[in-house]
Design a protein around this ligand. Sequence first.
Ligand SMILES: [Zn+2]
Length: 258
Amino acid sequence: MLERTLNGLTDCRKGHLVRMDRSGIAPGEDDGILQEMTRWPHEALAIGRWNGTPVAVVSEEGAHGWPAARDWLGLLPPSQFPLLSTALQVVTWAHDHRFCSRCATPMKRRSEEFAMECPNCHFRSYPRISPCIITLVTHGRQLLLARSPRFPAGRFSTLAGFIEAGESAEEAMRREVFEEVGLEIGRISYFKSQSWPFPHSFMMGFYAEAASRDIVIDGVEIEAADWFTVDNLPGLPPPYSISRALIDNFLRGTASTD
Ligand SMILES: [Zn+2]
């Protein structure tokens, strides 16, 4: 388990380590990404404690041919997903906030929290988290799945989009579903959430009951969309995604009412 508290880690320079480079993450012990206890290099960033032991991440120069972060999603023990997600987002944040966005002075990491502070004007920046809604639209026993031009051939998925400034999650749901497939939705219910560190999305999963059935795709974000049932499913997203969890959970529900 990852505890994200940084209390007491200010002067800690030893513990577990996650090593990354521009293209991937180094294999560690136990089929995961956690390296044995080691002295941390100077540039390592503490991210918390793993089962009580301090853990840090380090971003290294060059390319070592390590598996890509996305590939690790299919390889990692699920217990290490929070470690992968936190390490990736902390490294991205440290890389993207090296200078103050107000006065351009080099930033300094605050030791007791995930924050960078400008020594000149005291502006602080925190890891960026971008909230998104992801939704399975349903109609009776049917589910609406769509494909983006970026998907592998044959794959369909749930609808998703970023929450805009000033919007609630519910407003984002209605806007995204209407923009992408032209449907009005009625009752919305919350499912669960998932951190998606590519580079810093936070996915909030919902079910939405369709209030209309005629699909009108936008042709840009979505190139095809249709209603499916358990008997005619297309290619689905991989098992570790919240999209797949939304679909599988819905199908279990329809099966149990047979
Ligand atoms: Zn500043």
